[in-house]
Design a protein around this ligand. Structure first.
Ligand code: AMP
Ligand code: MG
Length: 883
């Protein structure tokens, strides 16, 4: 029989909505697990539950929303909970029960919305699970009910206080007028960029239900945080909220953070509110601006004010706050929530003493947030997170728990620090990401140069086929002679260490002779692609100011005006005069080549690489993939693109042969299939977008000699990996990564056929003598899973940009991430470590784009467009139109 009905309050309407949306999801179902080391008298326990249920209207309440203008809660005279003994009684039975019991949920329209299940593990070892719907009562109420129930059960003399019914609070609540809060909330929520993204795991979570993870926080740092809070007039709640804000900020890269926090909402309501059993709490957005430059104490002081300022508006229903925010009705303001309690429920109840002191209490909640954090005070704090497994996997949740602990430890250890200095990276993890995963030392001959390695190969296999194109071919000895003859000519023209030599040629054997000759002469070659527009060639020729230009007879007349001495390559394959002896070789530190990449200010920039860098890259590659005499490498990448550097030189230092694709052939999949099958190509490179096009041509499956295919230049999509293994099951696909500034590639990963979207194909681990660092804006390494900017260290870091000292200083920086501080290259790439020690590429931090692997700075395009006279005129006119 109904004894009363009244409206819903606080979070109750939202919980009805949750229930209607997903009645079996376990959301808002609370399970209190009580371990009782005593012989339980079931009949007496049942009677005790009946007594407390009869005492508190909240425990006899159901909800009705059909056929009524406004949903209401209905109190019944009798709604006794079932108290049953479960047949199974071991850990697995309990676990299974908890999962089943949670999804069984409750029908909110039918009281009772609570039940009690007993497990008899042994005569004097029981577990009582009290399951109820959160809509009945909040966290302040649970201990009241348990304390009263056990007092009844124990027959302990307990003064039953006259508690005010929940209804009194509801009556007070329903007279609230929230319109006064509108201004506050509009101001508070203005400009929120969206819900702060929840920290991302790896791949797609495919589990269901909720995970709970707990971690204790040691007594010593707990005490230190308490001292710090006290000294700065802060509460532990402020400190915990600060740590949570930092965690969300560091993971998302946002400084404007919002999360949900629960307020007790009892103070300042009605007298005696503290003792009410019912649902009074409210969840509200906490908006935090993370200010790295402030001291921790000053920043947490701001958080304290943010939190305090909510007092006057703390009852505002969330849906009103949502309406007053700039966010649309179905875009949540926050996806995580944080709860801080001074004590765990267990500690609260044990503090009762008597029989209660020997009972253990553990609570399993279940919000509908992807991620909830709960922190309980005490001598040792308890940190807890629970996650919606369909959105965040357990491994990620555990990692986040670690990050929360590390942030708090860092705060405890460095109370004087600035916000930026508070670290989320433990010492052990720092060691892992900085040193262990970067321990790539391999001893290669320290003085080796492209020249010395090629000369050694010539002496090993003089008569083997070195290079061929459609017209001609050369053995190692022949290539060496031709190149040496040309090198002598270059020397006579002043070429030597540090001198740049332009090479403007089509793909051919002569092109190879030219490149080998330039390095033999001690110079550094600068590829000038004859397909490039005249303006761009003119710029590069002028910028490089190379004294000598190697080109072909049919190209020379098309070159823009320049002051260089021209040497024609047309007969290079027949050069036999003036071979002489080997010239004095360049040193390892001398520049070997310079390649132009797009520049954001409108002008391309020449990235210079030393022999030591490219030699390291080639020796690593040979160690890893081992080219042999029978291997055939296809050279198809335009030589203005640095991938070509290994295509040229790797086979030539390893005794394999090099097949030059015909000019323009790299764009023609039919031709590529033909040349690969005809020549038995075993190794080649593809930019992923070209690989996709190549694989789309069914004939690609006939390239059965292919053994290793290298992909690089842009992100490798998983579907291309799948297409690759479908077409070429006998070959291996590798994802290589690296900028032109660091000798082609600095990381590698062998793609297994098993990667599937939405997994990301990692760019892998560092190559030999190379370090990868993922750093935050304060140049501190980020933990596993947390995005930052990728920095590169080691011998492949190039010499910088030709004639651009400021730009060089901006991108090649000295950083102290590892002692001794070393020169690193800032890639501008966003990346993060995976738990397996490989790196994931997550996109660019600037506007650079890749089009079929070619690096393009939109800034360069923009300045070209703006420089067009028509556009300039239009801009002037537009400006005149302005008022
Ligand atoms: P480039 O100097 O032309 O080699 O371009 C280097 C840039 O290309 C890098 O900074 C990345 O942005 C991108 N890139 C190169 N290789 C990869 C890869 N394997 N995956 C994703 N991006 C890549
Ligand atoms: Mg590259």
């Amino acid at each position: 029989m109904r004894v009363a009905s009244y409206p819903l309050a606080a979070l109750q309407p939202a919980m009805v909505v949750n229930h209607l949306r997903a009645p079996r999801s376990g959301v808002d179902v609370v399970q209190m697990v009580c371990t009782l080391h005593e012989a339980v008298d079931v009949a007496r326990l049942r009677a005790a539950w009946e007594t407390v249920t009869a005492r508190h209207g909240a425990l006899r309440t159901s909800f009705s929303w059909e056929g009524v203008a406004e949903p209401e809660q209905v109190v019944h005279d009798a709604a006794m909970p079932d108290v049953v003994v479960h047949p199974g009684a071991d850990d697995s039975a309990l676990r299974a029960f908890l999962a089943e019991d949670r999804t069984r949920g409750f029908d909110l329209a039918a009281a009772p919305l609570q039940r009690v299940t007993l497990f008899r593990f042994a005569d004097a070892e029981w577990v009582m699970v009290w399951t109820f719907h959160h809509i009945l009562m909040d966290g302040r109420s649970f201990p009241i009910v348990l304390r009263e129930m056990f007092a009844e059960y124990d027959g302990a003399a307990m003064l039953v206080v006259a508690r005010r019914p929940f209804r009194d609070f509801v009556d007070w609540y329903t007279t609230r007028d929230f319109s006064g809060a509108e201004g506050f909330w509009r101001e508070r929520m203005r400009g929120l960029p969206g819900a702060t993204p929840v920290p991302a795991g790896f791949g797609e979570p495919n589990a269901t239900g909720r995970g709970w993870h707990t971690r204790m926080f040691a007594a010593e740092p707990t005490a230190a945080l308490e001292r710090f809070a006290k000294a700065n007039k802060l509460t532990m709640n402020n400190v915990i909220q600060g740590a949570w804000s930092l965690l969300l900020s560091r993971h998302s890269g946002e400084t404007d953070i919002a999360f949900g926090a629960t307020r007790a909402c009892r103070k300042g309501t009605i007298e005696g509110a503290d003792d009410i059993v019912g649902m009074l709490i409210n969840t509200l957005p906490v908006r935090v601006q993370v200010k790295p430059e402030l001291t921790l104490a000053a920043w947490l002081g701001e958080l304290r004010e943010t939190w305090r300022s909510l007092f006057d508006v703390e009852h505002t229903p969330l849906r009103l706050v949502q309406r007053w925010s700039d966010m649309s009705a179905n875009a949540p303001m926050f996806d995580t929530s944080l709860v801080f309690e001074n004590l765990t429920l267990d500690a609260t109840l044990k503090a009762e003493g008597g029989a209660m002191a020997s009972r253990d209490f553990y609570l399993l909640g279940g919000t509908n947030f992807p991620l909830t954090a709960l922190v309980f005070g005490g001598t040792e704090m308890t940190l807890q997170v629970d996650n919606d497994r369909s959105m965040i996997d357990d491994e990620t949740a555990v990692r986040l728990l670690g990050h929360l602990a590390t942030l708090l430890e860092s705060m405890a250890a460095h109370p004087e620090a600035t916000v930026a200095e508070i670290s989320m990276l433990s010492a052990a993890e720092r060691e892992l990401v900085v040193s262990e995963w970067n321990a790539t030392d391999v001893a290669y001959p320290p003085d080796a140069t492209l020249v010395s390695l090629m000369v050694q190969q010539v002496s090993r296999t003089p008569h083997a086929l070195a290079v061929r194109d459609e017209r001609t071919s050369l053995t190692y000895a022949e290539l060496d002679s031709c190149a040496r003859a040309l090198a002598r000519r270059l020397r006579s023209l002043g070429v030597g260490p540090g001198v740049l030599v332009g090479v403007c040629a089509e793909r051919s054997v002569e092109m190879v002779i030219a490149l080998v000759a330039v390095v033999k002469a001690g110079g550094a070659y600068v590829p000038l692609d004859p397909d490039y527009p005249a303006d761009r060639l003119a710029f590069m020729i002028g910028d490089a100011a190379a004294p000598v230009l190697l080109t072909q007879g049919h190209i020379a007349p098309t070159l823009p005006p320049h002051g260089a001495t021209v040497v024609l390559l047309d007969d290079a394959a027949t050069f036999t005069d003036n071979i002489g002896t080997e010239l004095p070789p360049p040193s390892a530190g001398d520049p070997a080549y310079m390649i132009y990449t797009s520049g954001s200010t409108g002008k391309p920039k020449g990235a210079v690489n030393a022999h030591s860098g490219i030699v390291n890259r080639l020796l690593w590659m040979q160690g890893e993939y081992q080219l042999g005499a029978s291997d055939v490498v296809l050279q198809k990448t335009p030589f203005s693109f640095d991938v070509s550097v290994w295509e040229f030189f790797w086979p030539l230092i390893a005794g394999a042969s090099l097949v030059m694709a015909k000019p323009g052939g790299h764009r023609d999949t039919g031709y590529l299939v033909q040349v690969m099958t005809e020549r038995g190509v075993t190794v080649c490179h593809f930019v992923p977008s070209m690989l996709r096009a190549f694989l789309a041509d069914r004939a690609s499956a006939t390239c059965v000699a292919l053994r290793d295919v290298m992909a690089s230049g842009e992100a490798l999509p998983p579907d291309v990996v799948a297409a690759f293994y479908a077409a070429l099951p006998g070959a291996r696909l590798h994802n290589l990564y690296g900028p032109t500034e660091c000798a082609v590639d600095v990381s590698y990963w062998a793609c297994p056929p098993s990667v599937v979207a939405p997994q990301v194909v990692p760019i892998g681990r560092p190559v030999a003598n190379t370090q990868l660092y993922v750093l935050d804006e304060g140049d501190e390494p980020t933990p596993v899973g947390v995005p930052g900017e990728l920095y590169l260290g080691g011998v492949q870091v190039g010499l910088g940009y030709h004639g651009r000292p400021e730009l060089t200083a901006e991108r090649f920086v000295v950083a102290a991430v590892q002692a001794p501080a070393s020169r690193l290259y800032r890639t501008g790439d966003k990346a993060r470590w995976r738990p397996d020690g490989t790196v994931e590429y997550l996109g660019r931090l600037d506007f650079q784009v890749k089009i079929r692997g070619f690096r393009i700075e939109p800034g360069e395009v923009e300045s070209a467009v703006l420089a067009h006279p028509g556009v300039r005129e239009a801009c002037v006119l537009a400006r005149e139109d302005e008022p």
